[in-house]
Structure formats: C-alpha cells, structure tokens
Design a protein around this ligand. Sequence first.
Ligand code: NZQ
Ligand code: ZN
Length: 382
Amino acid sequence: MNNFIYHNPTKVAFGKGSIAKLSVLLPDAKIMLVYGGGSIKNNGIYQQILEQLEGRNWCEFSGIEPNPEYSTLMKAVELAKQEEVEFILAVGGGSVIDGSKFIAAAAHYDGEPWEILASGGKVHSAIPLGCVLTLPATGTETNTASVVNRTDIGKKLSFLSDHVRPKFAVLDPEATYSLPERQLANGVVDAFVHVMEQYLTYPIGASVQDRFAEAILSNLLEIGPQVLASQDYQVRANLMWNATQALSGLIGAGVPQDWSTHMIGHELTALHNLDHAVTLAIVLPRVMHYQKEHKREKLLQYAERVWGLSRYDEEGAIDLAIEKTEQFFRDMGIKTKLSEYDISSEVANEVARKLEENGFTRLGEHQNISPDDARKIVAACM
Ligand code: NZQ
Ligand code: ZN
C-alpha cells in the first residue's frame, strides 16, 4: 500500500428529515443559496430550505445547468462579491455542488478564475460551503473536486482543493423520490465507475480499499435495478451512502488510480453534450478491453469476487466480466455505443485532439494511455 494522508472532515447529516438539521449546521453568516433549474421548487425541497433560512441574512442564485457553465458561475461570483456572501448553501446534484465549489474559490481568487481550471491557478482560500444533495452520483458532497464546463470553447475541466470540500452534507434519501429514471440510472453508473477507476488498476496489497470497493460494486449491482423499480426508502438510502463512499476518498487512499474513462468521458460531454454517466458507460468497457494485459490481475480479482466467476479459464472470466459490466449499464437503461447516440466515428479524432490540447497526454494508472490510444478506445465505442 502507498503512503497517504486521509482526512475527510465533511460532517454528514444522513436520513429522512435531515434537512431540518440545517438550522444547526449553518453558521451565523450571510448565506447565498445556490440551486439549479428548479427541480427543488417542484419537489418541495426549496420550501423546506426556506423554513430553515427564516430569520437569517441570505440571498439566492439559481439556474446552474447540468454540466455547470462557467459563464453562469461567473455571474454568481459577481453576486457573491456584491452581497458580501460569507457562506454558500448548495442545494442540488453534482452540477450545483461543483458549480458552488467553483463560485466559492473564484470569489476569493486574485486574477482570472479560468486559471483555476485551465492552468493550475492555486486556490488559497474560498467562501466556506455546505450542501444538500438531491442526486446521489458524483460523491462531490464530501470531496474536494469540482468539474466545470465551457461550451463556448468546448472544454470541461476540473480542479481539486481542500478549501472547497463542503463543511457539511445533508443526505436525505427522500430527496431522490422526484428523480426521473434517467438520473437515477446515471447516479448508479457514475458511482460504479468511480469505484472502478480507483480499484481496477494493479494489486498493491490494500485489502481494506479492495474489499470496500468490491462491497460498493456488489451493492450497486444489487440495488441498481431496485432503484429503478421502486421508491423503497432503504434502497434509496443505500444508493445515497454507496454513491457518497464511492468517491469520498476512502477507497482511493494509498492505491493507484486510473481516471482515463472519466477524462475521455469529459471530452465526449464537452463535444456532444452527453450526460456524464452516459459517457462512462460507453467508455469503461472499452478501456477494460484495451488495458486488459495491464489490468489483468485486478480484472481476475474483479471477475472472481464481484461476479463470482471461476479463474479456471482466465481469459474467459475476464471477457465475461467485461461483458457483464456493459450489460449492467444497459440493464440500467443506458446505451453503451456512440452510434446509438447518432455520433459518428469522427469523434475519435476529435477526442484525441482535445486531450492533446488540454495536456492530458498520459492517462491511466501507468500513464500509458496517449491521445492516440484514447482515439483507438473511442473508435472501439462505435
Ligand atoms: O437543475 P435541477 O433543476 O436541480 O435539475 C437537475 C438536473 O437537470 C436534476 N435533479 C437533481 N436532483 C433532482 C433532480 N430532478 C428531480 N429531482 C431531484 N431530486 O437532475 C439533472 C442532472 O443534475 P446534475 O447535477 O447535472 O447531475 P449529477 O449529479 O450527475 O452531476 C453531474 C456533474 O458532476 C460532475 C460531472 O462531470 C457533471 O458535470 N462530476 C463531479 C464529480 C466530483 N465533483 O467529484 C465527479 C464526477 O465524476 C463527475 O465528473
Ligand atoms: Zn463521475
């Protein structure tokens, strides 16, 4: 196992009714409530938040899009400065929370905030933030990551900073009841792939990380179809906690990580506006195939422990595990071929060009996936 520092100080308030904990979680400060396109107004969460904000000094910013747009976020930065906001309350899915993280960092940044995403501009401080999660998927609610989109130049870029890790995360599984099937499926698949990016590399003797990862993968395989079929509270509660733990930092501590599927996926979203999880469902099976030899040991472990396949026929077990993984995504209602989204094979060259342009030239746990390899991977996604 590699050395690591593990520190995840986000306070989690979990369970039905936990939005009512906001009155004690929120500091005595000028608050900016940030949300998306209005789902929280339709499902009653906005009303619950208003009750918690009663008597406080607050303002609001709405309209954060899925794959949050830089230009929209910069308007929120202006408002935060104008209103002298001291705390941000993000209420929504990954896009609203990621967007709020960027707003928080950009509001304190000297210089052009785009640098934070595009050229490693250092975040030295940020407006503190807390969140109420309404879509279990990204894990952003307790992590340090934020992904921002810029449609005008076709770039989707991310940054990491301890300064934007939420101070608290309210996780009420009942907030998921209003989610359409498409977003539930996206959530299951995104969480599944987060685990795979941290698990499916090479053995390093990290038994806690491996077994935790395998538990989350098995859980998601089990609850995925149940999530689509019913509004059972326990199922939704398990979806939420599995998705949070998939990217809270715990299973990724001290182990090699891949993230090539995500990096290629982000380019597909930037180019063709595909949902984040859709890009992952398309790319992951092809990365597994392409990297079969480099990932051999972990693929066998995955086949055996997660899918219960025998190692007797190693090649067969690996191929079947990859096939079953893809079938799981399809069973969740997500198509796994680019042609099924009417995207032509030219996209493979475009993705390779964008990766090169953005400096992502050595992807994967061995840094051995070049833009040309990515081109071949995407070409195999047709
Ligand atoms: O905008 P509103 O009206 O809230 O509607 C949203 C949006 O249209 C809707 N929604 C959310 N909660 C709902 C709901 N509708 C009904 N009921 C509810 N309870 O769902 C739609 C999609 O929301 P979005 O936030 O975009 O989805 P998701 O949570 O999947 O976030 C995706 C974004 O997160 C990034 C992705 O790249 C993408 O930009 N990621 C962030 C990560 C991180 N920070 O660690 C890691 C991930 O790998 C990912 O890259
Ligand atoms: Zn993801």
